[in-house]
Every structure is written in C-alpha cells, then in structure tokens.
Write a protein that binds this ligand. Sequence first.
Ligand code: LLP
Length: 449
Amino acid sequence: MIAAQYFQRNFTINDLGHLEIGGCDVVDLAKTYGTPLYVLDEQQIRANCRQYVDTLAQLYPDFEVVYAGKAFLTKAFCGLLYQERLGLDVVSGGELYTALQAGFPPERLYFHGNNKSREELLFALRHQVGHIMIDNLMELETLIQLAKETGTRPRVMFRLTPGVEAETHAYDQTGQDDSKFGLEIKEGTALKAVKLALQSPQLRLVGFHAHIGSQILEIAPYEATIGVLGEFLATVREKTGFLAPTLDLGGGLGIRYNKHEVPPPIREVVTRIVQKVRETLGALDYPLPRLILEPGRSIVGDAGTTLYTIGNIKEIPGIRKYVVVDGGMTDNPRVALYQAVYEAVIANKMNEQLTEEVTIAGKCCETGDMLIWDLLTAPPAPGDILAVLATGAYNYSMASNYNRLPRPAVVLVASGRADLIVARETFEQLVQNDLIPERLKISAQTIAQ
Ligand code: LLP
C-alpha cells in the first residue's frame, strides 16, 4: 500500500514523488516558509462553502450560511468568506476586531459567546454588528442596559439549549440540558427571556439559535433539535404572538479525520435539515423563517494540512518507534484535548510502500504531546516532511506558545500559487509583551557571590 490512499480532491503526486496541494509541491513550501507550516487549500474551502450555499439556494427561499470564525480566522480568510457570500460568527472582541479590520460588513456578523464583556458588547453596538446572540438572562439585562446607554437598538437572537445530546466527544457537546451555553427551554427560562425582550423597546428580537455540538457525524440529532425548536416556536407564538423571522441551527457537522470517522456529505445533511424544517413548521402552520447554518469545521477542516520536519527518531526495542517532529500540541492541541485521531503521510515519499508502524510525537515537554499513535508510513528519516491531514479547523485557532514555541505560518494555496496569509511568529514577538521591573533587570543587579 502507498500513501495515495489518503488522497483528497486537490492532492496529487508529482514526478519527484512529492505531495502537491493546490498545485504546489509541499516539500518546496516547507523549504520556502519553514515548518511547522499550515497549508490551506483554497479550492477545497470554496468547494465546501459552495456545497452549503448551492444546496440551500436550491431548496430554501431565504437563508444565510454563517461561517464560525473560531474554527480558523484571519483577515485574508474574511476576504474569502466575503467572496463566497457567507456571513461570519464571531465569539470575542478579538474575532470581531479581526473581521472589522478586514472590512467585513458588520451587518453580516453574528456575535456569539456565553460571557461577552460590557466592553465587547459596547464594541459590537458601536460597530452595528448585525446580530447579537444572547446566551443567558444576565446578558439580556446587560444588553438592554447598554443599548439604553448608547441609544442603540440591536437585532438580537436567543441561544437555546434544546436538550439534545449529539454523539461526539463530551467536550464537543453543547446541546444537552446540563450545558454552560444557552437558555434552557423546559423550565421556562427561554420563554421568560423572550417576554422580556419583546417588552424592551431597546431590542429587536429576530429569532432563535441552537448549536448542539461539534464533529457530529449523524443527521438525527439535528432533526431532533429542529423538533424541539418547532415546539418552542409554537409555544412562543401561543404565549406572545411572536413569529420568529430567523432560525439559526448552528454548525457542528464533522469531517473525515480517519477511516473510522466518516461524515455524511454536506449536501445530504443540508437537504435533510431543510426537509425537517419544512415538515416541522408545516405541521405547525408556521411561516418559514430565514434559515441560518453556522458551519466552521466542515468549511475549513479538510482543506488544511500541517507540514512538519521529522527530527529525531528513537526506537525502544520491543515497544515502539517514536518519530519526533518540530511542532506538536502547540500547533495541534486536539490530540491531547479530545484524543483526536489524525492521518499523515511523508510528503517526499509518496510513492514508497507503507512498511513501518511509528508513533509521531511532538517536541513539547509533555508526555501527552503526541500527534499520531501507530501510524503506518513509508520508512521515515530525519529531514523528511510529514504532512498531517485535515488540520484546517481548530488547529491554528487553538495554537499556543507553550514552551515558548512561535506559532507557525499559514499559506493559502491554489492553482500552483502560494500566498502567505499569516507570517511565522518570531522570537522577538514572543517577548514583546514581557516587562521587566527595574529591580529585576539583570544588568542592574549585583548578586552576592
Ligand atoms: N456555532 C456555534 C455557536 C459554535 O459554538 C460553534 C462551535 C460553531 C457554530 C461551529 O461548529 P463546527 O461546525 O466547527 O463544529 N475546539 C473543538 C470544537 C469547538 C467548537 C465550538 N463551537 C474541537 O477542536 O473539536
């Protein structure tokens, strides 16, 4: 068996036996930009966006695809989202700032988060962010107050907890009753919030939102959520007369990380969601709202590849062979956090037989800093370029400077062209916020010998 089994749409092998992504030889990319390096395949990102947009356009009258920026966000990426006509979910002042800096239209921003600070809310109000997604009763009160103070009248939606447990890692579940996110429905908190919002002249309530989790590989939990939301919409209509103009069903569709995790195609998920919305609301004689989907991972996840240079290789006889790369949990914390299982290939040995089983370890001072256990690979050697697949989502955005490692660069590749969209962090940047009080300045100290 050779590495070709891993091929994704825009992957090819060139005459040198090297992996090419978006028409670029990744061994050259590693040479030019250094490693670790995140490589993003532009064509794949656009294809993923279009699967959402085109399927909805065929099936539903009024919709918006809102990309969840937490998966991966940079200024250049905002431009790509804008070209693909997506909206953008931001979840902090920093993400909001990034979007505004890129010139993303504020009316297409959705401001999420379960603990937006006063400053963040004011920032959003000042910039007339299109939708503020209210997570809880306290936030509702704060927002009413801030809207009064600033003389603004924001459009808001409520995040609901539907009580649906999707099968995924526990840390990726958000729809269950016991969740830190959203307003619970069963005991009446959500209805109470709706009444308060409708009474407030400061808010324009435009709808409801639910997001049940991430890396979900089934459609049934979405259908269950739509059922719960349908009932809630009917209750709200009955108790208040309010008809929701917008329904946001969140994101969460998984991607293929390995041969055991295989998601249904985007097209199929969207089709079934639309069917269920039509069926549920039709049965309630409820006017069809504007429908929003909020994917993150399924837009950018399978478009990303991380390149590493293989360094030391150590064999523990009878136990295992560790192959160590020049990154690890700092650029991909998902293995340590969620026991994620990745696949990888040696990019400069694509035509060689996969004859060795090795364990890919990171270079951080943590035993948990592992990237892949028991990977079948071509024989590795120091200097080889290892390409870990499907790292586009929640890698760069969750990267850290643990052990004072600089965060890697990001290149966007398409049709044989590579654009650097995030420069590699420098050592100077690592220390730029360090401050030394006079009494700790080493040059000023005299230490008793
Ligand atoms: N909408 C809301 C309100 C969300 O909280 C999220 C993700 C999304 C949309 C997008 O979900 P996606 O389509 O990307 O699954 N760090 C974790 C994932 C955390 C997801 C947080 N919220 C991981 O790497 O598995």
